[in-house]
Design a protein around this ligand. Structure first.
Ligand code: G
Ligand code: G
Ligand code: MN
Ligand code: NA
Length: 255
């Protein structure tokens, strides 16, 4: 398939780029975090989203090079923005299960990258999904704790989909819980989802875990979540994923 051979050259041809979606503090709208989301500027097909090429990258092993590239880019960007515009900025990176299940891939290299580039570990947030924890083995757990020990925060992404096992919160180091957008969207219609949402927020708070609600599109959703005590919000209401220059401009405006 040509997508695979094209993807092989995407890094060296500098066709990959990162967009940053602001994560704001609910009470004042101030952006102190952002999620890094990868895009591929294909020379023929235009911009291709991660849902189309990340699975291919995972199957072929190309994900290792791609993720290493993402990690270094994000380190470089967060260092720059912390120095110039936002000293407390934290950027989050989506990770694939293979990074934790394959011995010695990525994880140790990423810790080295942090040291070599003098990126403060607290500037980085690693997003993991419940799928990873579902069939987690010792190696996964060891690596998560290694990161945590180094000072990198861990976020549980897409919470509310999948199995949402509460036991994960006890068993694995979790600093941030991201409530999935499907959950946020059904909140206004289905009252059960609203109750569950509030329960998740209250529980997380008691465990000392911060909550990010994803996919906030309306003022109504924002107000409900803020009343429930949700600390952070992400979604089109605040901002779409932004190109480097546009995110830079946003940080300048709010400085
Ligand atoms: O931005 P968008 O909605 O198209 O992202 C779709 C999915 O792709 C998200 O679930 C996100 O977790 C995943 N994704 C985005 N960027 C990356 C990345 O750099 N690495 C990995 N592994 N997944 C990513
Ligand atoms: O799976 P993950 O949470 O990593 O992916 C986040 C995805 O959600 C990104 O691809 C992003 O483009 C998308 N997204 C971000 N904000 C919104 C929103 O307000 N509404 C919807 N429908 N999607 C969003
Ligand atoms: Mn994510
Ligand atoms: Na999500």
């Amino acid at each position: 398939m040509t997508l695979i051979s094209d993807l092989r050259h995407a890094i060296e041809n500098e066709e990959l780029f990162i967009v940053y979606q602001p994560i704001v503090e609910m009470h004042n709208g101030y952006c102190t975090k952002a999620e890094a989301l990868i895009r591929w500027q294909h020379p023929v097909h235009g911009v291709i989203g991660p849902l189309e090429f990340i699975p291919v990258a995972e199957e072929t092993g190309l994900i290792i090079d791609i993720s290493n590239w993402v990690f270094s880019q994000v380190c470089r960007d967060v260092r720059h923005w912390r120095k110039t515009l936002c000293p407390t900025l934290q950027l989050s990176i989506n990770t694939s299960p293979i990074h934790y299940t394959d011995p010695d891939r990525c994880i140790t290299q990423w810790l080295d990258t942090l040291l070599e580039t003098r990126t403060p570990p607290q500037a980085i947030l690693l997003e993991i999904t419940e799928n990873l924890l579902m069939d987690a083995n010792q190696s996964v757990s060891t690596k998560l704790f290694q990161f945590r020990q180094a000072g990198v925060d861990i976020a549980l992404d897409d919470f509310g989909t999948g199995y949402s096992s509460i036991s994960y919160l006890k068993k694995y180091p979790t600093d941030i819980l991201k409530i999935d957008k499907s959950f946020v969207h059904s909140m206004s219609e289905v009252s059960n989802d609203k109750v569950l949402c509030e329960a998740i927020i209250v529980m997380a708070k008691k465990l000392g875990i911060k909550v990010v609600a994803e996919g906030i599109e309306t003022e109504e959703q924002r107000n409900i979540l803020q009343k429930m005590g949700c600390e952070y919000g992400q979604g089109y209401l605040f901002a779409k994923p932004l190109k480097y220059q546009d995110f830079d401009a946003l940080l300048k405006r709010q400085k």
